[in-house]
Write a protein that binds this ligand. Structure first.
Ligand code: ADP
Ligand code: MG
Length: 725
């Protein structure tokens, strides 16, 4: 009778004595950005006139003058080849959520039989990858499979190294030949422009006509798990779906809270340091590293940047996390819920708006002037969240994130805004009296000492809120760790642009001017806040009371992807995207279709993997062990030993195995059904019929894990994966 030694091989092989190291003799300021073609290099190398043109696009968000492309291409190629690059790639973000690259060499044969390195403006500006295999949601029938990538000059090109060479990566947008966006970057750039237009309009009304542009800023905190490769490759569930579909709760989980901010084990820290160093070289400004709440869970966070660049850097960070994990014998799990019963992983999306003068529009500030401006923009963000709760929720809907939202460790699926006590008080006074009331010396007349007390750095924090004001920015905490931030940021930019637009119109209707500015603004803020104040909630988002209270307030509670995704194509949301030129209706509908498809494909993989593992790994292990117990029963009876307790154990295992087989049978029956022909019908079938059966199988299997002899159990256990490092 052969036992399963797979797990024990893994345990023996765990590379506690990892040998990977990195050169530690480096100076951060010297290596920072050495693999990024940042503006200083461009400025130095480009002819003056070309640089002046390009700069308008890079720093002032003006349209690109394509005449500059040839000169830029030469500089790019020279710079990249000096760094050892032989190839370039248009690096883009198709709707798979990952990044895509197709490498082309700079090498061009010359007449003498040799070769030179060449790169033209045409090649820089536009590429044509074979696009038929990227999701298009029907926007691009396969027979017209052409898709184009277009250079985004506002995000710097960078070099991706490999031990055997290097590649120049040029951030690009990706569209169909008809001009429909097939990617995440295009709508992000479009939404940045709409936000720019509306925010400049508002600043002008508020008396600032010298800001040249406004952009959103983003700082994205990435949570992830690291486990040893040896375990990973022995878990078909992790390999196919990114999460464990089985696994009994370990005796020690995260109850002791001894992991959070704890000292970082050497092997992990070596990984982090090596990772950071590579990210520095690529110009990604990573700043923070620490242990997270669950064992085996960590976080990396950067300093914020313009949202478009920050979103690209977030993608680079995910790529490098995966790569670097391999070097240290780990696998980096970025799934939202790799381990049941432990905290999942999110990607806190910090968001604000900054002007060309470097001012943060959500900085409360100390003077009445900046306070006024702050109150206007802060109110606009709250109005945006209130008006488009459903859209924000839809933007972060995925099979993986469903495990997190509302699971009492991540924010609930209800969108609300946390303001903190001080700011809530300011708004309360606004409701009661308004800015139009008596004016005090040099300060805005909110009555009592309100405005000077605006919290410069909010002391209070509320971890249960999905959308929290944290001192000088908002933090959207419901975004999942595996998701691209581009869509949530696109939605934020767009809905805030819409709110600012509405509020500007209100100011204009009331004939705002320099003399009546304070009183008119006060009236508008009061009117707006009156309508939206239900979105503010400072209490415990995990509590049952909040679920009831939110319902009373009429807030959305879209619990799962199947509840949330259809909101994407609600008329009001289609209209919004169209009005602000972010996505055409067919582009939104295509995304809806793709997201639904991704949802059911993911669940389908999980369901089939659950059935296969059960049938081919777990049932056989249980049968072997049961067989051994029954053999003892036989021999025990023959020798007259009292074997009742063993019989009882055999009987319990036999019964549970029976339960498992029944549950497996039900799952397999559901797996065999399609549920319908459309993506929507299939998704519903998986959500309502398959998922419950999958969970039922797991529940029984996890029970068996604690009944069956340890040396028979084929899957690495939670206790091993989370604690052996
Ligand atoms: P915490 O989440 O504990 O509040 P920090 O305040 O340090 O941590 O910030 C978290 C993230 O928010 C960081 O990535 C930081 O760069 C980012 N951030 C800070 N200010 C802004 C801003 N104005 N716009 C966007 N992101 C910001
Ligand atoms: Mg945070």
């Amino acid at each position: 009778m052969s036992k399963s030694y797979r797990r024990f091989d893994a345990l023996a092989a765990v590379k506690n004595d990892y040998s990977a190291t990195a050169d530690k003799n480096f100076n951060i300021t010297e290596i920072f950005g050495e693999n990024t073609l940042h503006i200083d290099v461009l400025k130095e190398r480009l002819p003056k006139a070309v640089w002046k043109e390009l700069k308008k696009t890079i720093t002032d968000q003006e349209p690109l003058n394509s005449d500059v492309a040839d000169a830029v291409a030469v500089v790019m190629k020279d710079w990249a080849t000096e760094k050892g690059a032989t190839h370039y790639t248009h690096w883009f973000q198709p709707l798979t959520g990952a990044t895509a690259e197709k490498h082309d060499s700079f090498v061009t044969p010359n007449q003498g039989g040799g070769a030179i390195m060449q790169f033209s403006g045409k090649e820089l500006i536009q590429g044509e990858p074979d696009a038929s295999s990227f999701p298009s949601g029907g926007l691009r029938p396969t027979f017209e499979a052409r898709g184009y990538t277009a250079w985004d000059p506002t995000s710097p090109a960078f070099i991706m190294e490999n031990p055997n060479g290097a590649t120049l990566c040029i951030p690009t947008a990706f569209a169909s030949w008809k001009g429909d966006s097939l990617d995440y970057k295009t709508p992000l750039l479009r939404s940045t422009e709409s936000l720019n237009t509306q925010a400049l309009r508002a600043l002008e009304l508020l008396g600032d006509s010298s800001s040249k542009w406004v952009t959103s800023t983003g700082g994205f905190e990435q949570e992830y798990f690291l486990i040893d490769q040896e375990f990973y490759y022995r878990r078909p569930d992790l390999m196919t779906s990114g999460r464990t579909l089985f696994g009994a709760k370990p005796p020690k989980g995260q109850e002791l809270d001894d992991h959070y901010f704890g000292s970082i084990p050497d092997r992990i820290l070596s990984f982090m340091m090596d990772l950071e160093r590579e990210l520095y070289r690529m110009g990604v400004p990573v700043k923070t590293r620490h242990n997270e709440v669950a064992p085996g869970q960590y976080e990396i966070a950067p300093v914020f940047e313009k949202a478009n660049v920050a979103a690209d850097h977030q993608q680079v960070t995910m790529i490098m996390l995966r790569k670097m994990a391999g070097k240290y014998g780990f696998v980096c799990l970025m799934h939202e819920k790799p381990f049941a019963g432990l905290n999942g992983s999110g990607k806190h999306t910090n968001w604000s708006m900054a002007t060309s003068k470097g001012e943060n529009l959500l900085e409360p500030g100390e003077t009445p002037h900046t306070n006024l401006r702050f109150l206007f923009f802060c109110t606009a963000v709250m109005k945006a969240v209130y008006d488009y709760q459903d859209l924000l929720r839809a933007a972060i809907a995925s099979a993986g994130n469903d495990h997190r939202l509302g699971a009492n460790e991540a924010p609930p699926a209800i969108l609300s805004v946390f303001l903190g006590d001080q700011l809530t008080d300011v708004y309360k006074q606004l409701l009661d009296g308004g800015l139009k009331s008596s004016k005090k010396t040099g300060l805005l007349g909110l009555g009592s000492p309100v405005l000077p007390d605006l919290p410069l750095h909010a002391g209070d924090r509320n971890r249960t809120s999905p959308f929290a004001f944290t001192g000088n920015k908002f933090e959207f905490r419901a975004v999942g760790s595996a998701q691209t931030v581009s869509l949530p940021v696109t939605v934020l930019n767009t809905i805030v642009a819409a709110a600012i637009d509405d509020m500007c119109s209100m100011l204009e209707d009331k004939g705002i001017n320099a003399d009546n500015l304070e009183s008119v603004l006060g009236e508008v803020l009061q009117d707006v806040y009156k309508d939206i104040h239900n979105i503010v909630f400072n209490g415990d988002g995990y509590s049952d009371e909040w679920q009831a209270e939110a319902e009373k307030r009429g807030l959305f509670n879209l619990k799962t992807t199947m509840d949330a995704l259809p909101r994407l194509i609600e008329k009001k949301n289609l209209d919004l995207f169209e009005k602000y030129k972010v996505l055409k209706p067919q582009e939104v509908e295509a995304r809806y279709e793709i997201f639904i498809e991704q949802y059911f494909i993911n669940l389908n993989i999980e369901a089939e993997t659950t059935a296969t593992i059960t049938k081919t790994m777990l049932v056989p292990a249980v049968v072997r062990y049961l067989n051994e117990l029954l053999a003892l029963n036989d021999r025990g009876s023959a020798t007259g030993l009292s074997i009742d307790p063993t019989k009882a154990l055999a009987s319990e295992i036999n019964d549970t195995l029976g339960e498992l087989l029944v549950a497996l049978d039900k799952l397999e029956k559901q797996n065999a059904e399609l549920g319908g022909d459309t993506a929507e019908e299939k998704a519903k079938h998986l959500h309502y019929n398959v998922l419950p059966e999958m969970n039922a199988v797991r529940a029984v299997a996890d029970k068996l894990e604690s009944l069956v002899a340890d040396d028979y159990w084929p899957l690495p256990t939670y206790r091993e994966m989370l604690f052996v490092k």
